[in-house]
Design a binder for this molecule. Sequence first.
Ligand SMILES: CC(C)(COP(=O)(O)OP(=O)(O)OC[C@H]1O[C@@H](n2cnc3c(N)ncnc32)[C@H](O)[C@@H]1OP(=O)(O)O)[C@@H](O)C(=O)NCCC(=O)NCCS
Length: 177
Amino acid sequence: MNNTSAHGPAIDIRAEQPGDLVAIREVHRLAFAGDAEPRLVDALRSAGLTVVSLVALASTRVIGHVLFSELECHATRGHPRAASLAPVGVAPEHQRRGVGGALIRRGLELCRARGVDVVVVLGHPEYYPRFGFSAAAARGLESPYSGSEAFMALPLTPAFLAGERAALRYPDAFSAV
Ligand SMILES: CC(C)(COP(=O)(O)OP(=O)(O)OC[C@H]1O[C@@H](n2cnc3c(N)ncnc32)[C@H](O)[C@@H]1OP(=O)(O)O)[C@@H](O)C(=O)NCCC(=O)NCCS
């Protein structure tokens, strides 16, 4: 689907397949040093909320994964479609070689192509602005994370403007992990 070789071997990016599930869990377990993110991915998938799920492969081995999932969005204007970027993880020995960035950029392209109007993330304020996310764009969004500089948004379509007012409801999967 995609190919990047920022500082090392070529990395392929493709959609998640049924045979990847164990490897995806392992990538997040290693990246986050815990079980919360592997369980979050499984719970969101089981709830049928996947919008985009991509794996990064080095020599056919899964070394990274990103999930974008559906969020309920109630806006004062129109019916925007919102997605949450969570989690993204890269196996520790493959980090800082462009893999996470390639997964996120490809995922955002696919979200846009699938009609997502806005993507939100709760993450490192130094990392996500490089993809266009900002806390300013999330200012009009009501969510359990509103007000934190780690809560950032990226409008993807003209239907959704930075600062647009809307209430986001996170699925139970986020509180269950
Ligand atoms: C965050 C993560 C997905 C980034 O993937 P990656 O392949 O390592 O990142 P890339 O190579 O695409 O980008 C490297 C850049 O990300 C920055 N970066 C990586 N992890 C970061 C972090 N935790 N906080 C801030 N910046 C970070 C690096 O400083 C580097 O910046 P530079 O390009 O200015 O030098 C990966 O490091 C990871 O899995 N970390 C553990 C899990 C995690 O924290 N996930 C994100 C939760 S918000």
